[in-house]
Design a binder for this molecule. Structure first.
Ligand code: CA
Length: 227
């Protein structure tokens, strides 16, 4: 971070959107740099070393938002909030497991985006306001909730944002048998629209990625229990 102003790079080809996002972020004390395509985005990101990147998925040219994120992720964990225009883009973000920190769907309210930016930075510990969130250790798995980072046998395991949220909620409730509704509401919020089977899908992913190192049990007729 340069000085006391958190730096945000906005990569978006629609100037109406990027100007509006910049206006709102500046008002809230952020320093903002814009880029209108993926190539330029990567340049500005490497020049400015932002605290957070707001990244449109549908960008002109051969480097779209997902590719920008992939390249950023090869050497940094800078938080990324995606701007998406369509549901299938959300599926692609989740499916590719790029480690996106959040996404908002167009059209969105700039206020809402600013709130998300602040929440993601708080989670990343960038503003130093909150105490450092806990680090959990379970067998060979270490979960750093502040950095949203999971390691298994010292190797980083990439989790999708929803998988991490589910794991974090389980960690906050050790030893409790939780049903799918509780897990849905607790991990992703009451306004999250989803089928309870979504929980099973994400549990399967967590088990696949973390294996026997994760003491996550199925409680028949109820749901799941961690630890
Ligand atoms: Ca676009």
């Amino acid at each position: 971070m340069v000085g006391s102003e958190p730096v945000v790079v906005v990569v978006e080809d629609d100037p109406n959107i990027s100007d509006l996002v910049e206006l709102y972020l500046r008002r809230d004390g952020f320093r903002v740099y814009q880029a209108a395509n993926g190539h330029r985005g990567l340049e500005v990101i490497s020049e400015r070393r932002p605290d957070l990147i707001v990244l449109d998925i549908g960008l002109p040219g051969d480097v779209d938002g997902l590719e920008v994120c992939r390249q950023v992720r090869t050497d940094s964990k800078t938080p990324v909030i995606f701007l998406t225009a369509r549901d299938d883009e959300i599926d692609r973000i989740l499916g590719l497991e790029l480690g996106a920190d959040d996404y908002v769907t167009k059209p969105f309210s700039p206020r809402e985006l600013v709130a998300r930016v602040k929440a993601v930075l708080r989670r990343a510990g960038a503003d130093g306001i909150e105490d450092r969130p806990p680090i959990h250790e379970l067998g060979g798995v270490v979960v750093d909730t502040g950095r949203r980072e999971v390691r298994r046998d010292h190797e980083i395991v990439v989790l999708a944002a929803q998988e991490f949220d589910l794991l974090e909620f389980l960690l906050d409730n050790p030893g409790l048998a939780l049903n799918r509704r509780q897990l849905l509401d607790g991990a992703w919020g009451r306004d999250w629209v989803g089928d309870e089977r979504t929980v099973d899908v994400h549990v399967r992913q967590l088990r696949r990625k973390l294996g026997d190192d994760l003491p996550l049990e199925t409680v028949w007729g109820v749901g799941y229990r961690l630890g």
